[in-house]
Design a protein around this ligand. Sequence first.
Ligand code: FES
Ligand code: FES
Length: 907
Amino acid sequence: MQRKILKVNGIARSFIVDPEKSLAETLREQLLLTGCKVGCGQGQCGACSVILNGKLTRSCVLKMKAVQDNAEVMTIEGLGTADNLHPLQVAWMATGGAQCGFCTTGFIMSAKALLDTNNKPTRDDVREWFQAHRNACRCTGYKPLVDAVMDAAKVLRGEMKKEDLLAKPAKDGSILGTTYHRPSALAKVTGTWDFGADVGLQMPPDTLRLALVQAEVSHANIRKIDTTEAEKMPGVYQVVTHKDVKGKNAITGLITFPTNKGDGWDRPILCKDKVFQFGDAIAIVAADTEEHAKAAAAKVKVDLEVLPAYMSAPAAMAPDAIEIHPGTPNVYYEQGIVKGEDTKPLMEKAAFTVEDEFYCSRQPHLTIEPDCGSAYFDDEGRLTIHSKSIGINLHHAMICPGLGIDPAKLRIIQNPTGGTFGYKFSPTMEALLGVACMATGKPVSMKYSMYQHITYTGKRSPGFVKLKYGADKNGKIIAMESDWTIDHGPYSEFGDLLTVRQAQFIGAGYGIPNIRGKGRTVCTNHAWGSAFRAYGSPQSFLASEILMDELAEKMGIDPFELRYRNIYREGDTTPNGCKPDVYCLVQMFDKLRPLYEEAKKRCKSMSTAEVKRGVGLSVGIYGCGLDGPDGAETAVELAKDGVIAYDTWQDHGQGADLGTLTFVHESLKPLGLKPGQVKLYMNDTANCPNSGPSGGSRSNVMIGNALKVACDMLLNAMRKPNGSYRTYDEMVAEKIPLKYNGKWAASACTACDSVTGQGNPFPVYMYELFMPEVEVEVKTGKAKVVKFTTIADLGTIVNKATVDGQIYGGLAQGIGLALSEDFEDLKKHTSLMGCGLPYTKDIPDDIQIIYNVTPRPLGPYGAAGVGEAPLTAPHPAVLNAIYNACGARVTRVPARPEVVLAAMKKK
Ligand code: FES
Ligand code: FES
């Protein structure tokens, strides 16, 4: 131990520190300055950035022994306070730069260090700076962050006032359609938005810290688990194994498709007989400190009989492959699509046919916040689990029988969450926390390292798609034949639904009258498949949007023109045989046409012998909702000084707080409330109505409609015969109930049939056109997206900054999917950088978003959703642009330089 004196935020503090601990750990754990976040812990994300002796420093990789005595440290807590914010903090709120907010404080400190040295940076200076200092954001696509720095710099130079940065309500008091900031923005920019690891630090002193004993192989039988040595290690309270689990010791995949050959009970909480994938949890060590828990976990001995590991769908489908879950075939679900006439004779008489094979990768989510959570028994004796869950009621149902607890005695609360992009649609550590808390009877807390987070949370399921189009002489597609295989990892949860998604989205956007196809879900030993933004559609559109370009080439027409001839027009139906909610694609293409012509000219003129530039196109579509009659419940309560809104619109950065506020504020407009008078009570299974999970861009539509219903009910109760409204006191005096539950359901929707794929699964759809411009270095094959134009039709825009932010972030993830991201190699793909996370300079600053606004008949105030739309199909557009640039046809992602180079050589 060493005594250190540091001047922290201007005040001298003395500490006794462990010289081997990092500055970040010391600031967080000893001073509770939790505005300094730890994401990667490896110097790769900048979330922990502070200013040390005037220099920007990633505090997670600086050991205390290297910090000089009397050093000056500035953290976000020293930058500005809620009533006296630094211009950077205001600018971050105003641009929507704090989405999940996990990277926010690190970015703001980084920008502060930049502006201290250069108060008139160019946009390129800002981008260079963030790149050089490895500030990473997974939510925003970086553009809003550069905007924020430029705005703050203007304020610092005295060219504008910080008060003018924040949007005000419109003249009629409405915030709908404005860029009004999120309610959580203030806490996010001041570092007081407590994420799960911060909540962990606030737990009582007797809280046990947990560490997992995890499998280091991908498939094995367990012969014996020996905890004897671990139990004797310092600080250990208990080593928990499957023997301590009171219930079924499994997380149910809630199988609802009757033709699924599995029963959904395939995912153990703690492995007993078998290991199904790398990282599977075998035991939990509960100890007084995290270090003690980890040291003891390393002493648990697990005797394994290693089995052949099937790391991809073709391997698991091989005739000699053993059943990964004995008794259930590795191919456990099949989905068909049968629309219109038999395609065989149509293909034979088609003027043009084209076919190809495509592979969409196991994209990692790469949130900057690793998974974390805590559990305890609350004062009503309920096992209470805090986690990053984006489906608290769903997860309640999925883990309750496995834990063996009365459902009324299990409560789940969502922590402020540093991004999930869908991986938290699956339970991750909830059941482990529950088991440990039940076994020890003590409060418990756990956080994954970035390595654990990446290797042991769900991933996008790879998709293998074979596709064939047949077109008449005018280029009208008359038939489509498809075959697809989904590698869903070892656990079945939502695997069947993902396979259905291919039937819904392969070829979506085009009025193809005749379709035949078949797909299957395959159990493998690679990472389990979880939800990922745009769930199921990136696999689909990679195939159908690249094949459109191949067909156009075969016909000798422009890919824009081919698409234009085939897009949905009145009378066309989706691949599922239902009418789309609106026909807006023609208008969108008409808007894009002149920009496309300009882009073609620009690419031609800017191409050189060394660097070729090309433009690509694609169409992306996604439904808002879970299949069939999805719905939500919410509540609104009149309070003395305003209203309280209750829902489980779980926020993972998409702006659930602002969504709830906006719908309630707009729906109660007759009451003339200020936005600050709408209080939010969200995301606690004990006190909020079940609004369903936050995924599939369902929330804006389902919850927005349900909030409208609740508000209408309240207004009806408050309305007097003369049309004016009762006050709170009058309501109380007249004993009129103050709280109203609003429900809404997409009652006309039907799930898709498993044989034909026909149905009417979604009440509302989102539409987006993608047009990236890409430069390819001929020598290396390195592709870079240098400009991105997109046209989106999302119905009414509820909040422009938020919707813009979702699109920027989604496009950035699409560029990552296209060019760099993967989780395949268990040795290499284990860090943010190793997995190919895009940094600032990997994403163009030149992104143009154009909205085509077609109000949706079933959307609240005409709105659809947004989250999934921008990640549906940006990647095939990037690959099409690569082809346009250099003639390299790539049909799999990521299109890393060696892949592009090989395709160039093949040409
Ligand atoms: S760089 Fe320090 S937490 Fe990532
Ligand atoms: S806002 Fe940057 S990681 Fe979420």
